[in-house]
Design a binder for this molecule. Structure first.
Ligand SMILES: [Zn+2]
Length: 858
């Protein structure tokens, strides 16, 4: 060829510049045949590509070759199919399409290619469609072929061809897809409908129709006797799951698939009934709300619910459910109706017993006022410094509305961040709402800073999954998982933890603790109350029970962490645990480090002197002592420490049992110390010097365990019974209650010990302020009428009788004294007096902020 030819065509020359048009197709194929037999694919490709370039008409040559070998297209790789694929690649690599091959010239070749397609092996389909642009060819022979394949039961081949040639418009989607669905080849039908929303909808409608209640899939299957079907894989549930997945993938609404939607709601209903009636792992309130949301006005589901309830054996539980949902009595069994009227009478007692149940569970050690619900930018800004305090440890948890597998990843609704003494609940939908002005940006920045600051240790349980959900719910936080620095996943710790004690048996059929609840039980002695877990977290405002549950879920992480730091040996944890268990990208130095002064020794060492032990907040410090040390117990309670005092009848050995079960440290003296220490280990048992006064003993203990007491801890616990829940009562109400309860002996008859009950001699004096401006103000709510079961005698809903006889008349007359505090555990009444000031000044040196010996900065 003349190098100066302006009409240079890529196919006309080969790289070596050999004369064009000279290559004999037969010779070319022979060469390839030889190389094919040697399996030297590299050389084969080189030779083939060189050859394609020298051929006059490579497309015709390919057809000639394929037609000549027709009938040999057996299994395994064939040279013909290989050549076809290589030619396809070669053509794609050419700088521009061959003008001679386009348009008119391609027509006769297309007809031949279609014939080959219908007779040749499936491996030829793709290259032939591409090389001969068969999607533009005459459709009728191909369509006829597809119908023939279908008739022969070659459904897969038919749908693949239909997909490749984009013939969907000329074919019936149901006819094409149904046999593939029966063969459990949903992926092929997906590819078939990939290009058209209309086809996607028709495929989903078909699948949904098979999920109709009572639908018999065998009726459809009989239409395809030629095919090997996999009906066993085609349960309505499996099909329903596929439908939900595709609905989400195609971004279509559930209205398109009413049968699947009903099926899912029914499954969720069954699951809810199981959780309420069998597992008892969901609260009555949450159950009723979720069931109501699910069933709504759907009569079919209403009927199903009644049937489900009627099939349960526990009539009392069913009756309670029926009451909670206000179900029509005429549609319930007579036994249930009878039980319902019984229950209406007992309503009050039930309330008390459900509260008892909660006493068996982990209790949030902070007051309701310390749970902050943050829903605006301003609220976020107000607490930003607390949330982002460098060097602190925080507990992080998330909540979302339960979906019971009803399609899609649920949107995270709440993020809880617990810091010492407080929990912040971040209202995610509200904070990320684009209409909220600065809120969405401030919110995502704050979360990013919190997660990425390696000096803030983030405690979680199964954190990676949580952060994935967070990222999927809020695009601005898509990188949440990657940003995490300084995370400590307690799930990983839990896997390493070994505890000797078996978990306590579940309370009256309640769910056996699992996951975090089990960890909390193993470390702190009681499981989490999970009855709010499955509640409607999208609801606003959240219920009181939900707020407390959410806060407890995050706060328990902190308490577990402190307990593990305190006594790693008890759980057989390796000494350097907090450093080695980083999550995500957290680095060794970034995860958790002791303050510089303490850096030399590990806080996980068992016999660590006080200066090396990690600091424990008073409210997280739990001890057990025998009743010989009752005075010490009361003093410690006075400082907010959780103290269990053994009864005089209980043996010393009981202390070891309690210590193990409830995660308490034993305080003892004399001989029992050696026995107990042998049982629980030296780090968990301390001998108290009985020659000291209770106050000195308490100080020594606080120093030994590095317990931090803040002014807010003072009197946060009842000295008499260890309860930390008070109700506030105004002076007027207290006067009224005392008047009602006046006995012949008159008020003040019974003398009481206690911090504030020495008020009689101070009658008339103004309440004293404690040094440092701290006055007694335990966070608690006001007594309401509903809290009183009866007014005479004044009795709380839980059955506790108020000890009104301990309130002297003089105190009621004292000006300036505005309110009283009632312990909900024992009914003792307190008021602010000089005692607070005395305790505060006596313990000044151990109080937070005061100079302390042998202590690092906090
Ligand atoms: Zn009490």
């Amino acid at each position: 060829m003349d190098p100066g030819d302006p009409e240079e065509k890529p196919a006309a020359t080969d790289p070596a510049g050999e004369p064009a048009g000279g290559q004999d197709p037969c010779l070319f194929l022979q060469t390839l045949q030889t190389l094919w037999s040697t399996r030297d694919l590299r050389q084969l490709r080189e030779e083939a590509w060189k050859g394609f370039a020298t051929l006059d008409d490579p497309l015709t040559t390919l057809l000639d070759m394929l037609e000549a070998s027709r009938g040999y297209g057996g299994r395994g790789p064939s040279l013909e199919a290989w050549v076809a694929r290589e030619l396809e690649l070669w053509l794609q690599a050419q700088p521009r399409p061959e003008p001679a091959q386009g348009g008119r010239a391609l027509k006769p070749l297309q007809a031949r290619a279609v014939r080959l397609l219908t007779e040749g092996p499936p491996s030829l389909v793709e290259p032939l469609v591409s090389i001969f642009q068969l999607q533009d060819a005459d459709r009728s022979p191909v369509l006829a072929h597809i119908h023939r394949l279908h008739q022969e039961g070659k459904f897969k081949e038919a749908i693949v061809l239909g997909t490749k040639l984009q013939l969907q418009a000329d074919l019936d989607v149901e006819k094409m897809c149904a046999p593939l669905l029966l063969q459990d080849k949903v992926d092929l039908t997906e590819r078939y409908v990939d290009s058209s929303p209309l086809l996607q909808q028709r495929l989903l409608a078909l699948m949904d129709s098979w999920c109709q209640p009572g639908f018999d899939i065998r009726v459809v299957a009989r239409r395809y006797p030629q095919a090997t079907l996999r009906l066993e894989r085609l349960s309505p549930r499996a099909l329903g799951r596929q439908v939900l997945r595709l609905l989400e993938q195609y971004r279509l609404g559930p209205a398109l698939c009413p049968n699947v939607a009903t099926q899912q709601r029914l499954a969720a209903l069954r699951c809810l009934c199981y959780k309420r009636l069998v597992e008892r792992s969901i609260s009555r309130e949450s159950w009723a709300e979720l069931v109501q949301g699910l069933v709504g006005q759907d009569e079919c589901l209403q009927g199903q619910l009644l049937r489900l309830l009627a099939s349960q054996e526990d009539v009392a539980a069913v009756a309670q459910c029926a009451l909670d949902l206000s179900l029509p009595e005429e549609r319930l069994p007579a036994t249930v109706v009878a039980e319902m009227s019984q229950l209406r009478l007992q309503e009050r007692t039930d309330k008390a017993s459900s509260e008892d149940r909660r006493d068996d569970c982990y209790r949030l050690p902070i007051a309701r006022e310390d749970i902050h619900f943050l829903a605006s930018w301003e609220e976020l800004a107000r607490h930003e410094d607390t949330l982002l305090q460098p060097g602190q440890v925080v507990g992080v948890d998330l909540e979302w509305r339960p979906s019971f597998g009803a399609g899609g990843r649920p949107r995270v609704s709440l993020m809880q961040v617990a810091v010492e003494g407080r929990v912040f609940l971040l209202d995610l939908p509200q904070l990320s709402n684009p209409a909220g002005g600065q809120a969405p940006r401030a919110f995502s920045q704050l979360v990013s800073r919190l997660l990425s600051d390696p000096s803030i240790t983030k405690l979680g349980y199964g954190m990676a999954g949580d952060l994935r959900s967070l990222g999927a719910s809020y695009p601005a936080l898509a990188q949440a998982g990657q940003q995490l620095q300084g995370g400590l996943d307690l799930l990983q710790v839990h896997r390493q933890l070994r505890v000797a004690d078996r978990p306590a048996p579940a309370v009256d059929g309640a769910a056996v603790p699992r996951g975090l609840s089990l960890l909390v039980q193993q470390v702190l002695g009681k499981p989490l109350d999970k009855t709010q877990q499955l509640s409607n977290w999208d609801r606003r405002p959240l219920g009181e029970g939900q707020l407390v549950y959410a806060a407890a879920d995050a706060y328990c992480l902190l308490e577990v962490f402190w307990a593990l730091c305190r006594e790693p040996a008890r759980f057989h944890l390796p000494g350097a645990l907090p450093w080695s268990l980083g999550l995500g990208r957290s680095k060794r130095r970034g995860t958790w480090e002791p303050p510089p002064q303490k850096a030399l020794a590990s806080p996980w060492q068992e016999h660590s002197p006080e200066a090396e032990a990690p600091e424990i907040p008073a409210r997280a410090f739990r001890v057990v002592c025998d009743n010989m040390l009752g005075g010490l117990g009361r003093t410690l309670r006075c400082l907010g420490v959780d103290v269990r005092v053994l009864h005089s009848g209980e043996d010393h050995r009981q202390a070891a049992e309690v210590a193990r079960q409830e995660g308490r440290v034993i305080l003892t003296s004399g001989l029992p110390y050696h026995k107990l220490r042998a049982q629980v280990g030296a780090g968990r048992c301390l001998a108290v010097d009985c020659s000291l006064k209770a106050q000195q003993q308490a100080k020594a203990i606080l120093r030994h365990f590095n317990v931090r007491v803040t002014p807010a801890d003072i009197f946060s616990r009842c000295q008499a019974c260890n309860c930390d829940q008070y109700l506030k009562v105004s002076k007027d109400v207290m006067k009224q209650l005392v008047r009602l309860s006046v006995h012949p002996g008159g008020p003040g008859g019974a003398s009481t010990e206690g911090p504030h009950s020495d008020g009689e001699q101070e009658a008339g004096s103004a309440p004293e302020e404690a040094p440092g401006g701290c006055s007694y103000d335990p966070p608690c709510r006001w007594l309401e009428d509903a809290d009183l079961q009866t007014r005479v005698p004044a009795t709380l809903a839980n059955g506790t009788q108020l000890q009104l006889a301990g309130v002297p008349a003089g105190v009621l007359r004292r000006p300036g004294l505005r309110h009283f505090y009632c312990c909900t555990g024992c009914g003792k009444v307190f008021w602010e007096g000089s005692h607070l000031a005395r305790v505060t000044s006596n313990f000044r040196e151990v109080l937070e902020g005061a100079p302390r010996p042998a202590s690092g900065p906090s």
